[in-house]
Each structure stands twice: as structure tokens, then as C-alpha cells.
Design a binder for this molecule. Sequence first.
Ligand code: NAP
Length: 326
Amino acid sequence: MMNLSTANLQISLNDGNSIPIIGLGTYSDPRPVPTKTYEAVKTAIEEGYRHIDGAYVYHNEHEVGEAIREKIAEGKVKREEIFYCGKLWSTYHDPEMVRPALERTLKALKLDYIDLYIIEMPMAFKPGEEFYPKDENDRIIYHKSNLCATWEALEACKDAGLVKSLGVSNFNRRQLELILNKPGLKYKPVTNQVECHPYFTQTKLLKFCQQHDIVIVAYSPLGTCRNPSWVNVSSPPLLKDELLTLLGKKYNKTQAQIGLRFNIQRGIVVIPKSITPERIKENFQVFDFSLTEEEMKDIEALNKNVRFVELLMWSDHPEYPFHDEY
Ligand code: NAP
């Protein structure tokens, strides 16, 4: 049984490693100049976070690495106490590009391994140096990749010691099954990182993942930012929700803390992003209270089945994951 009162709580992964149940997200939108990621990661480690979620495509992995290495040099943490998740971007799905992409992440971080490397999206884009390769009509150029071949290249990176665990992100059930049923599969995905919060509870995908010993990592656990250029703002702001507000009053917690606690109590890892020191602290203060079973059910009933992150601009991609039921 998980001890949910421990802030350094870890969840076991199917490959024998474990993942801290709360991590700091590092995708900043808008991206402040200078970006505040370096300070945010340092603050987070000071406050007790031991898990950082990042990606090469976020343009700030060098800052994440600098902050982590500084905290190690200070003696605040040891490398093996830190869990870093990096992501394979969609232009690097071809098997021969996988290891060079991971090595680029390691170089940016100035670390010699990472703890988790995940396929960021099942949709591949035209391989090359452009993150968003576009045609003359300003449309992203799609690419047909073979997710199983990409996965085998990732398995080789684990065998080479560059990464401890392998996972995926934004995969639906069919795409997970593609990997799970791959002939000769050496390592199962340990995690599937997907949008998950009280307005999008992922009940079916959670059940499927639990059956296969895959941990769900909840991105946008606070309902993300409200940038209409890529966020579906037709769904109301999560942190203004009445029930979360009411429960917050009961427990002397904020709506954000109630929302995070909801996922943690379901065995879901949360990676709230903040570059605001008070909020980084606040989001970590979720281990000194618990929601009752009835309150958990009431929050689950808030589910609207509407995503904030729909990625609709790529909905005609053959591997667009969100057409399927889950
Ligand atoms: P989020 O963590 O749900 O929300 C971040 C927003 O909430 C920011 O605007 C932040 O503002 C604000 N915030 C943070 N703590 C708060 C609090 N206690 N009270 C009020 N507002 C608060 O959204 P997200 O960044 O979309 O998701 C988290 C992380 O998941 C990302 O950073 C990234 O690492 C990962 N992610 C992955 C994918 C994927 O495809 N795999 C997609 C999306 C996100 P300030 O920063 O200004 O404080």
C-alpha cells in the first residue's frame, strides 16, 4: 500500500525502477526571456521535488541541467536521487535518429544518463533539424514512421546505459497495444504521459494502463495555461471550479492542491508546471491531507470528457491519437 503522506513518495515501474509521484513541469508558454526554468528547477529541488519533466523541444534543457548539476555540486542532492524525464520529438522517430536525439538531450543537460525517455507523440513529422517542418502552405509535413522500430531503437539506448526507463506520451490504447504486442518486445513502456485532471479524468485509459502495469503521468494537471492558440478554452478554467474551491476551504488548501491530490490518490504521477516560487512550493504541499472516498467520487464526476490539449491542428495525421475512444 502506498504511503500517501510521504512527500518523497515513489511509484514502482514495471522495469524495477521507480518514479517520484510529483515532478516539476518545464514547458513554458509564453516563454519568458530570459526563461525562468533555471531558477524554477533550483527552487523545486530546494522544496523537495526530485522529479523534473522536460524535453529537448522545450528549448530549456540546458537550464534544467545546469540547475540540477548545481544542486548536486552543493551537496543538496545526489544524481541518483533526481529523476529526469526527457522526450523524443516527432522529427526523430526514424530508428537511426533516436540515439543521436537522446545524446543531444544528454549534451544539453550535461548529464551522462537520464531516468526516463518517452516518445513525446505517436505522430511523426518529416525528419530533420526543423522541429516543425512546413510546406509552402504552412502545413506541418507529416512522416510515416514505424512506432515499433522507434521503440526498438529506444530499447538499444537503455541497453547502452543512456537511459534507465522507457515510456510513451499521448498514446491511445491502440498505440499502446501496438508496442505491447510487438514480437520480441524487450522492455514494456513504463509510463504513458497524457492529459489528466478533474475535467479529463482518463478513467478508461487508466484502467487499461493499470492492467498492463503502465503508470499514467498526468500532464497539464492544473488545466494548463489559457493560450487560445493551442489550448481549448471552451472548457472553463479548472482552477475556478466550485467543488475544488469548496474542498479547498474544507482542507485549507487551494484548488490546485485539491486537483493534484485527486490524481495522486488514484496512483497517477503529476507534473505541475510553475515558474512562480510560491506556486512551486504550494504544488508540493499535497501530502498532509487526504480526500475521502466520497470526495474522490465527487471530483471524478466533474469529468467533461473535453481536452484542453486537443492538438486539432494535426487531427488529419494518420497517427492522431485522440479520434479513438481512449
Ligand atoms: P499545468 O501544469 O496544468 O499548468 C501550468 C499553468 O498553471 C501555468 O500557467 C502556471 O503559471 C499555472 N500554475 C501553476 N501552479 C499554480 C497554482 N498553484 N495556482 C495557480 N496557477 C498555477 O500545465 P502544463 O504546463 O501544460 O503541464 C505541465 C507539464 O506537463 C508541462 O510543463 C510539461 O512538462 C508537460 N506537458 C507534456 C505534454 C506532452 O505532450 N507530453 C503536453 C503538455 C504538457 P506560472 O508558471 O506562471 O506560475
